[in-house]
Design a protein around this ligand. Structure first.
Ligand SMILES: NC(=O)c1ccc[n+]([C@@H]2O[C@H](COP(=O)([O-])OP(=O)(O)OC[C@H]3O[C@@H](n4cnc5c(N)ncnc54)[C@H](O)[C@@H]3O)[C@@H](O)[C@H]2O)c1
Length: 336
């Protein structure tokens, strides 16, 4: 079988990383073309990796040499590009979030339902992180007993100024909502938010403690702290009746420096989740080549995260517990 032709829209940080992975390490696919609103960025990637540079995203989607598309442009462009890919009948991996708003995400899901076949995957790459997948596998095996608590921590060293207290919930926490749904294999039913005072490092941005309850009653607490200074740190511990299981992202080396001895803390998500991004792409390509639905987050999963966000924002503003709107899952999105 010939390699799948892949096109990338948006060659900023994420698009350039994905392009390098595709060009170097992913079997069964080849990078055919790239496009970016800033042509010089696309040209830099195209030249370095031997891909064609196209001037228009819709032309890339319709290009006969391109079988599948990676959307790595900003959130506001995700829905229209996803809709164009569905109209062209081509698979599309959209970097998270699925869309910039719940309404746009719903339009994507409706378009995919009309098409009748799953074409959209959302870049919730933690579903491929070896730690998260082992936690999920252990829970499903029954060896842990029933889950009771899920404790999650999401810390960045620093964050850009445009990340407001609201965006700490609406943007930074997005991966956590999907990770909780993935680990527990169920929907989130309700949300509460508690806001401690801001750190002196970001005096206008509050960290957030999000407390969710899953449909089964499992209690989930998520600390989201964008100004933790020391590094990028994502943690999760699942406490069950018979055991607890936690992420243990151990780098293969230990660092002795400045009077301390211990593993280094990654400085950003690209370092921490490098394996997850690679495995996500490998699984996506393998599923496309087999002709089966991709095993990553579907458009339906992509829509679930903003539904939780909506409840969290309402809970934050009202200081109350808010129920999450959980519509019935269409048959197309039943786990395979
Ligand atoms: N999965 C993850 O962990 C993760 C991490 C970071 C970012 N993201 C998502 O990836 C996407 C890209 O983020 P980034 O950090 O690479 O941003 P970036 O700003 O580095 O890159 C975006 C690129 O898109 C280009 N662009 C802007 N509008 C465009 C359009 N309409 N069509 C084509 N190109 C356009 C820009 O010129 C830029 O080169 C965002 O949606 C972001 O939310 C996901």
């Amino acid at each position: 079988m010939t390699d799948l032709g892949i096109g990338i829209i948006g060659t900023g940080v994420m698009g350039t990383d994905h392009a390098a992975r595709l060009a170097g390490r992913i079997a069964g696919a080849r990078l055919v073309a790239v496009q970016d609103a800033d042509r010089t960025r696309a040209e830099a990637v195209g030249k370095a990796l031997g891909a064609r540079v196209l001037g228009d995203a819709l032309a890339l989607i319709d290009d006969p040499e391109i079988d599948a598309i990676l959307v790595c442009s900003p959130d506001a462009s995700h829905a229209s590009l996803g809709l164009a890919a569905i109209a062209a009948g081509k698979a599309v991996l959209i970097e998270k979030p699925l869309a910039a708003s719940l309404a746009e995400g719903e339009r994507l899901v409706q378009a995919e339902l009309r098409h009748g076949r799953r074409l959209v995957q959302v870049g919730f790459m933690r579903r491929f992180d070896p730690g998260y997948t082992e936690m999920r596998r252990s829970l499903v095996s029954g060896a842990l007993g029933a889950p009771l608590f899920l404790h999650c921590r999401h810390r960045n060293a620093t964050a850009p100024d445009y990340i407001t207290s609201e965006l700490v919930i609406a943007s930074s926490a997005g991966h956590e909502f999907d990770a909780a749904r993935f680990l527990l294999g169920e929907e989130i039913a309700s949300a509460m938010v508690i806001s401690p005072p801001p750190s002196r490092h970001a005096p206008t941005r509050q960290p957030q403690l999000i407390v969710l309850q899953a449909e089964s009653g499992v209690a989930i607490d998520i600390e989201v702290f964008n100004d933790a200074s020391y590094g990028y740190d994502v943690r999760a511990e699942l406490v069950c009746e018979d055991a607890t299981i936690a992420l243990h992202p151990a780098p293969p080396t230990t660092l002795r420096q400045a009077g301390r001895d211990g593993p280094a803390v990654p400085q950003d998500w690209r370092q921490r989740f490098d394996d997850a991004y690679r495995l996500q792409l490998e699984n996506w390509i393998a599923a496309l080549r087999r002709g089966t639905p991709a095993s990553g987050a579907s458009a339906w999963d992509g829509l679930a995260a903003p539904r939780v966000t909506e409840a969290c924002l309402a809970a934050w503003l009202s200081g109350t517990q808010v129920l999450v709107d959980i519509p019935e899952r269409p048959a197309l999105y039943e786990p395979g």
